[in-house]
Design a protein around this ligand. Structure first.
Ligand code: UD1
Ligand code: MG
Length: 448
């Protein structure tokens, strides 16, 4: 049976207190909506319709960025979740199959759970993803007899006894397209919120003798984000999932609770991650490496057996081949560092290529920016860059070359050459002692 997804993302998210539409807030590096689209795509849907409203342009751009083929429909006024789904009616006119309604503000749903919900339609007419919780708060309540669903009552409309129900509506629902739009034409907005509730379709389905079931899932999967507090809770839950997955895949973490991943971080087995490491988007670390405490990585590739940090910063475009060492207070950006090279202390390496086994001395800076343009630095294999060398790009250092400490290198250095780019030292015998005596007597004269 073909599947279409209708993803609701029109709401303002008033409780977020934000200028940004709610579904564009980030979790593990990407917008909530992107998480929902990714999960939905695991079902291989034939069609994906996203309902936008508040911040429609920005939400559309985010959705299309994820899947250029998805369709956008606009809900000009947010009159409720039922009204939102209604906006997809036209777009799905030529579609035959099942529809799954998802909420753009519910990013923790697992693909396996969504598959379970979708498969349940082989046995029943309508399925609602529900969860049991000790803190049902403002969620809609599922009025059910075991897993036979009778109706959904919104918190605002619930009686005292209904508010005691602990089985709640996640918002995710599945049924055939024909049934969905037939039922939607029956709902009204005569309720406490004055909204067209999607949830009301259950009661109409039951009245028609359709079978409606609850498919249960874990409470954490259905966390609907309405406030910054809930966003922080969702982030924590998602981080815990990513940490558990890394540990299960053979990554050692000394303090997993202090390590932050992005949704797409890839870490190889037998790699160790120390305390307080942050992974931004697009990081791959191969096996057997060590990422030491307080390092920050983003858009970087780290080969096998590398040592990074403590306190290292790898920025986008960093590529470390095997057994590279990046030490403390070293920043690398848009640079490729070949096998076995070392940048051990206090350096900035930007727009550079560093050959195999090269050693970059403490305090070396690639001066890559002239205030207008960026320029490249090339360092040949086996070369030794003395401490505190300024490499004024564009510049190229040959293989097995040497630069003297404190040099400012402004022109290319041939293979095997020593480059000295600093003024010659002069020693003046006895002058230090003489000068100090003079300074002291001057100070004493001032006090009198
Ligand atoms: C909704 C459910 C509730 C459920 C909860 C789960 C209804 C009536 N209530 O309540 O039973 O327990 O989700 O999180 O469905 N949206 C639109 N257009 C609208 C209104 C909402 O696109 O006119 C979108 C929002 O952007 C959001 C989603 O629908 O992504 C849910 O809306 P929200 O206002 O958060 O509903 P809840 O009050 O949380
Ligand atoms: Mg909500």
């Amino acid at each position: 049976m073909s599947v279409a997804l209708v993803i609701l993302a029109a709401g303002k998210g008033t409780r977020m207190q934000s200028d940004l539409p709610k579904v564009l807030h980030h979790m593990a590096g990407i917008p909530l909506l992107t998480h929902v689209i990714n999960t939905g795509q695991s079902l291989n849907p034939k069609r994906v319709v996203v309902v936008t409203g508040h911040g429609a342009e920005a939400v559309e751009a985010c959705a299309k960025n994820q899947n250029a083929n998805l369709e956008i429909v606009v809900q000009p006024e947010q009159l409720g979740t039922g009204h939102a789904v209604e906006q997809a009616r036209k777009a799905l006119l030529d579609f035959e199959g099942n529809v799954i309604v998802m909420y753009g503000d519910t990013p923790l749903l697992r693909s396996a759970t969504l598959a379970k919900l979708s498969e349940s339609l082989s046995k029943v007419n309508l399925s609602v993803l529900g969860f049991e919780t000790e803190t049902p708060g403002h969620y809609g309540r599922l009025v059910a007899d075991k897993d036979n669903l009778h109706r959904i009552v919104e918190f605002k409309d619930a009686s005292k006894s209904e508010k005691m129900i602990k089985l709640c509506n996640s918002g995710v629902m599945a049924m055939s397209k024909a049934l969905l739009f037939e039922l939607l034409s029956k709902i009204n907005n005569k309720n406490a919120a004055g909204e067209f509730y999607l949830t009301d379709i259950v009661e109409y389905a039951v009245a028609e003798g359709k079978s409606c079931k609850v498919v249960r899932c874990n409470e954490f999967e259905t966390l609907g984000i309405n406030s910054r507090t809930e966003l922080a809770k969702a982030e924590l839950e998602y981080q815990n999932r990513l940490r558990d997955a890394a540990l299960e895949n053979g990554v050692t973490m000394t303090a997993p609770q202090t390590v932050y991943f992005s949704y797409d971080t890839i870490i190889g087995r037998d790699t160790t991650i120390e305390q307080n490491v942050v992974f931004g988007l697009g990081v791959v670390v191969e096996s057997g490496s060590q990422i030491k405490a307080f390092s920050h990585l983003e858009g970087a590739f780290v080969g096998h057996g590398c040592i990074v940090g403590p306190y290292a910063r790898l920025r986008p475009g960093t590529k470390l081949q095997n057994n590279v060492k990046i030490g403390n207070f070293v920043e690398v950006k848009e640079s490729k560092i070949e096998e076995g090279a070392k940048v051990s202390h206090l350096s900035y390496i930007g727009d550079a290529s560093i050959g195999a086994r090269a050693n970059i001395g403490a305090g070396t800076i690639t001066c890559n920016y002239d205030g207008v343009m960026k320029h490249k630095t090339k360092i040949g294999k086996g070369s030794f860059i003395g401490s505190n060398t300024m490499l004024v790009a564009p510049v190229s250092i040959g293989e097995d070359a040497l630069t003297a400490s404190g040099s400012v290198i402004i022109s290319n250095v041939p293979d095997g050459a020593l480059a000295v780019g600093r003024s010659r030292q002069i020693n003046k015998p006895g002058l230090a002692v003489k000068l100090m005596a003079k300074f002291r007597s001057l100070k004493a004269a001032k006090k009198e």
